[in-house]
Design a protein around this ligand. Structure first.
Ligand SMILES: NC(=O)c1ccc[n+]([C@@H]2O[C@H](COP(=O)([O-])OP(=O)(O)OC[C@H]3O[C@@H](n4cnc5c(N)ncnc54)[C@H](OP(=O)(O)O)[C@@H]3O)[C@@H](O)[C@H]2O)c1
Length: 178
């Protein structure tokens, strides 16, 4: 929660999406993307979702995404007020002129300069935020924000937890319980 939750929260705040706007989330079934999807829908934002594989489509639809696709070409029509890019998709054709584009994929490098189209861009970096975390915890407690855990392992099974993580194909985080 502190890392993916706050990353989603702070990046959505930077994007400043509001009710009635259209948001595209690239990686919407991931940890950050999944929280961003739920928070954006709760704000009345219309969300479309790029996901990695067919197995993730139901998750995105089930959390309120409208158009859900595994093909990035499905989203290249410059129609989104904002794009939240969680893995370096750089779907810059998807954002409308005058829109906002935020990536959190630091390792993928900067977002191309889109200032000629009036698009603001950033690579957002999460920072400590106790107040934000308290608000997120409240949403989890009242059931309006659900976190995805693929499997939980006791700390005595830490090697098995790593092996499961390395196999990939996850639907949520691997949790280690103490
Ligand atoms: N800048 C910051 O402050 C900050 C903070 C937190 C995280 N991050 C970074 O943000 C990224 C996302 O973090 P996370 O915790 O959300 O990771 P995650 O749970 O692995 O989510 C990434 C999602 O993107 C999907 N994806 C990857 N490549 C794709 C592709 N080519 N097409 C479609 N979907 C694709 C993944 O699908 P699969 O599961 O099928 O691979 C997964 O659903 C990581 O690189 C992390 O290091 C940055």
């Amino acid at each position: 929660m502190p890392l993916p939750g706050l990353t989603a929260w702070q990046t959505l705040n930077w994007l400043a999406v509001s009710a009635g706007e259209r948001l595209l989330i690239a990686g919407a079934a991931g940890a950050v993307g999944g929280v961003a999807l739920q928070l954006a829908r709760a704000r009345g934002v219309a969300v479309d979702a790029l996901v990695s594989r067919d197995a993730q489509v139901a998750f995105a639809r089930g959390h309120g995404a409208e158009v859900v696709a595994t093909d990035p070409d499905a989203f290249r029509a410059r129609s989104y007020d904002a794009v939240f890019d969680t893995f370096g998709a750089f779907l810059t054709d998807a954002v409308a002129d005058g829109g906002r584009y935020a990536s959190i994929a630091t390792q993928a490098g900067p977002v191309p300069d889109l200032s000629a189209r009036g698009v603001r861009t950033t690579v957002n970096q999460v920072h400590e935020d106790g107040a934000g975390l308290r608000e997120l915890a409240g949403l989890v407690d009242d059931g309006s924000l659900r976190l995805r855990v693929h499997a939980a392992f006791g700390v005595d099974r830490i090697r098995a937890a790593h092996r499961r993580f390395l196999r990939g194909g996850l639907s949520g985080k691997i949790a280690v319980t103490f």
